[in-house]
Design a protein around this ligand. Sequence first.
Ligand code: NDP
Length: 340
Amino acid sequence: MQRAIRSIVLASRPRGAPVAENFRMVDAFLPHLGNEQVLLRTLWLSLDPYMRGSMDAGPSYTPSVELGQPMPAELVSVVQESRHPDWQVGDIVVHDAGWQDLTVTDGTGMRRLDERLAPVSTSLGVLGMPGMTAFVGLTNIAQPKPGETLVVAAAAGPVGSAVGQIAKIKGCRVVGIAGGERKCRYLLDELGFDAALDHRISGLAARLANACPDGVDIYWENVGGPVSEAVLPLLNRFARIPVCGLVSVYSDSDTTILPGQSSGLMRAILTKRLRAEGFIVDDHAELAETFRREMSSWLQDGRVRYREDIAVGIEHAPSRFVAMLRGETFGKTLVQVSRL
Ligand code: NDP
């Protein structure tokens, strides 16, 4: 029987926030395996905010997806068939491909996982790209010191929760900002943050000032918008701002800087000697081994915890992606495409 690759493609470009109707499920011909190729069956599909940028025609830090083409994703897969000497049937790997249930590849960029060390889904979250993002920005830019105050939003998500927990390990006072009472309770009770604020309730600026009596030494920029505006006046001299993401404005079409808009920020950067630096995790492969070693040991000691939000079935990827951007998922957003 002829098998097909089931994938989810970009059907239309969103105007503003994406909706599930921007995607379409298609079945495509599965080619025969050539020499030095493997067939992978997807176990886990990662849904991440950067994918919003790939839906637009214009430039982002990830390539734009053509209409009718599969959305990009990092996957954890199992080798189902192999005609490659380096890969055996049953190997579990993490790799880049698309929102799809099967992949034919020559193995370029694939990394083998050891399921005895950690659940393999964690290589898409706390032990994968989001965890590594936290590690890179903290190591290279934030450089947290004991006693400093760090503020992070999207704090219950995979990047923010890793940022806050690593900063706690480094001796910081950590203030998390998240959407809703349940996420805030999790930050306090499960992750040991010092304070947690709900950005959906009014008066964030005043509540944040109360939660940061000594000002803010590190603002981890994940969201932009009103959260940034509440944090900026509280920054101390020599504060660091790793600019990691701006999820609140990813769906804004007008990104022009209006005349006069940047002056206040530039003045604050100058007079307070701030260091604001954008970074992309992919540029820092040199830290990958150190990150995996340190994060594995923190996980084993229970000093870092994580949460996953799992939907079963590839057909749920569009709705879960939309939900993730709206803050309606809780923890690392994953789709379980098949079981081992
Ligand atoms: P999450 O899984 O935490 O999802 C994004 C979260 O952002 C939502 O769940 C929501 O959580 C919050 N959010 C959405 N809209 C708003 C808003 N208007 N105001 C405040 N919060 C909002 O994402 P990740 O942990 O995967 O990623 C976090 C950030 O890091 C993103 O900006 C992402 O693009 C960036 N990133 C950057 C990388 C890099 O290399 N620079 C690599 C990986 C991620 P809530 O319910 O709490 O509001």
